[in-house]
Write a protein that binds this ligand. Sequence first.
Ligand code: XUL
Ligand code: CO
Length: 430
Amino acid sequence: MSVYFHDIPAITYQGPSATSDFAYRYYDPERVVMGKRLKDHLRFAVAWWHGFAWPGGDPFGGQTFERPWFGDTMEQARLKADAAFELFGILGQPFFCFHDADIRPEGEDFAENTSRLDEITDYIGAKMETTGTRLLWGTANLFTHRRYMAGAATNPDPDVFAFAAATVKSCLDATKKLGGENYVLWGGREGYETLLNTDLKRERQQAGRFLQMTVEYSKKIGFNGAILIEPKPQEPTKHQYDFDVATVYGFLKDFGLEDEVKVNIEQGHAILAGHSFEHEIALAAALGIFGSIDMNRNDYQSGWDTDQFPNNVPEVALAYLEILKAGGFTTGGTNFDAKLRRQSLDPEDLVLAHVGAMDICARGLMAAAGLLEDGRLEAARAARYAGWDESDLMQLDLDSIAEHVRSKGTNPKPRSGRQERLENLVNRFV
Ligand code: XUL
Ligand code: CO
């Protein structure tokens, strides 16, 4: 019996000429592209927090959504899980993601939080078993509760560090229990508001040790998934330590974790850091730390993390182009870390937001695959660097290079980067 999404049909692929709004026009999960089904390329996940826990507030006003499961009882937590799995049944996406705080009400203390997490993950686990929906990643919410206002791992109070570490332990246990393919750490409060009250060097050490402990524990319990850091430059703190992919890589190197931890890259966070999404993906792939993506978009005028559902095929295509070039997802996937606008009150709004987003991503991925199969873009890039294929310059030193340039009379001729021509080529696919 439906608890929330009454009368909304299961969404099926009906092609671009479909007449109903409740249809996939591009996302045909079984369609094979570059040797793999679309559903295995894209690995879509619904985010529990935006879909089921977020009340629709903004800085000027509170709750706009009325959901029958809002409240702080375990009964409501189970009702929320029932509604979530109803949505998963309608969308047919393979995965979901959660924070502990999304799925269980906050308890009086750590022990109660853990027993509630155990209880609700048993309930969710049984639903996963019967439906086949899987867990892309689990995570701990170490940013909403007031105890974390000055940070979790980076808190000046060691008791807060301990509470956060214990919470990560319980969330890793829960993620392993549910067969999660990744575990994510987003450092929402791991940053500072002002250096006047902050010991930046000490906080960085704390964050590094915290991450080492997380990796050590994941090995101890035999968690097979990937541990992922999600970079973000600011918001909620003024300056966050895991600013972007490059910063995270330096941090990982510093603490000997570059082979242990990868990144979960979010579109909106990349934009806040002054990068494009594809830049962050390409850099992570180049550094060998690409893990997963949070797919959404920001409003480009507002400068906030507005977490809107994606709706721009050319943008999404460039992101998937980098992902395909990197060999595609392994443990990662496309998590819709995206929320409705606060006036989108109806159950069908939540369904259609995901339907549109999945279609946009499918179009983007197919466009990217088309570009790669066409080959001209990659051939143009290869031609641009062809001189290096026969060059031994990287093995030489400045003296011998200078001698080489003098004796050969080398005088390089600039060549066109052909940007507009390549943009035209890309536009024929998107
Ligand atoms: C916040 C954000 C989080 C993480 C998980 O900007 O993206 O939802 O994805 O904690
Ligand atoms: Co995110």
